[in-house]
Design a protein around this ligand. Structure first.
Ligand SMILES: Cc1cc2nc3c(=O)[nH]c(=O)nc-3n(C[C@H](O)[C@H](O)[C@H](O)COP(=O)(O)OP(=O)(O)OC[C@H]3O[C@@H](n4cnc5c(N)ncnc54)[C@H](O)[C@@H]3O)c2cc1C
Length: 293
């Protein structure tokens, strides 16, 4: 099916894109990689009158390390994140999350900004962003603001970004050198969205105590979650099999998975518990190996 007719606009700068978005308001949509928006337009589930193409804005395509952070421009493609030497060395679970998205065609076109703004409840970037407390830089008519990852996702496919705002940058604080991060995804077939997924970044001290931990998950509800209660349970503790089992129970308490073609709510709760325990164990193992190396 063809999309409804629209006017294609190609701004040369973020300022011009902002001005077009302000001028056309609800009638306009930003086009990034088009991997979610174009199918929606073909299905006529999205019918923007104006399509503002920002995917070639070079100002929004970069990966750089700065002041203890990795900063990614919103138009950085999934493949660039997956293959970035910097990200693989400093924040490997982000590269893994990017590599898990769809297939190579999707990763060649789709962008990190588009993936986050699309806010699919089972998207791959959100758990990583939540685990390490990433921040999202946005620009709108009132200027710039930073939205913490934990405040960005408000419902399925919905964020707290204003309709007149553009996500410009994703800021990932660099975890401590002796910590390790793991992203695990359970999917029906390769290239599918997650049934459930979990990202864990943690460190262990010389006594085997978990000194720092951050956890994000997806598939447990309409929005990806930062698992604050599980983090609190594990922080400062030596993690025994019993404690790990408790963590697996705790993540299920607040989970209200959506029942769909990927499984029943009951199955997803169990799967979330299992993938979380596996991700914690693996992150602890890697953190311990780093500490003694
Ligand atoms: C076959 C297939 C499989 C997929 N599998 C996965 C998967 O396993 N995991 C996963 O996470 N994703 C998956 N995706 C989605 C993919 O990651 C998309 O790239 C992503 O959802 C949208 O990114 P995009 O750059 O293509 O954005 P677009 O489709 O261009 O835009 C998506 C939405 O975000 C808005 N938007 C885009 N950029 C900005 C910005 N900077 N500021 C404000 N608004 C913006 C657009 O207006 C639009 O509403 C899949 C997609 C396909 C087609």
């Amino acid at each position: 099916m063809y999309p409804a007719s629209f006017e294609y606009l190609k701004p040369q700068s973020i300022e011009e894109a902002m001005a077009l978005l302000t001028e056309h308001g609800e009638d306009a949509k930003l086009l990034a990689g088009g991997q979610s928006l174009v199918p929606m337009m073909k299905l006529r589930m999205a019918r923007p009158k104006y399509l503002i193409d920002i995917h070639r804005l070079a100002d929004l395509n970069y990966i750089r390390e700065e002041a203890g952070q990795i900063r990614c421009g919103a138009m950085t493609r999934h493949i660039e994140i997956e293959e970035s030497v910097l990200i693989r060395a400093q924040l490997p679970m982000l590269a893994v999350a990017a590599s898990e998205i769809g297939d190579v065609q999707v990763r060649n076109r789709g962008t990190i900004g588009g993936g986050l703004v699309e806010a699919d409840p089972c998207g791959d970037y959100a758990p990583v962003a939540l685990a390490i407390n990433a921040q999202f830089k946005c620009v709108g008519p009132k200027g710039e603001r930073l939205i913490p990852a934990a405040e960005f996702f408000s419902f399925a496919y919905t964020t707290t970004l204003g309709a007149d705002e553009i996500l410009t940058e994703i800021i990932f604080p660099l975890p401590a050198q002796d910590s390790a991060g793991v992203y695990l995804k359970l999917e029906r077939v390769a290239g599918d969205f997650a049934i459930v997924s979990a990202a864990v970044q943690c460190a262990v001290d010389k006594n085997g105590v978990c000194s720092a931990i951050g956890i994000g998950s997806a598939g447990g509800g309409t929005v990806p979650q930062k698992a604050l209660a599980v983090e609190a349970l594990l922080r400062g503790q030596k993690i025994s099999p019993e404690l790990l089992a408790k963590a697996g129970e705790l993540i299920q308490v607040d989970a209200e998975p959506i029942e769909d073609m990927r499984g029943s709510a009951a199955y997803k709760k169990k799967a979330l518990s299992a993938i979380l325990r596996r991700a914690i164990s693996e992150a602890l193992r890697q953190a311990e190996a780093k500490r003694v190396s």
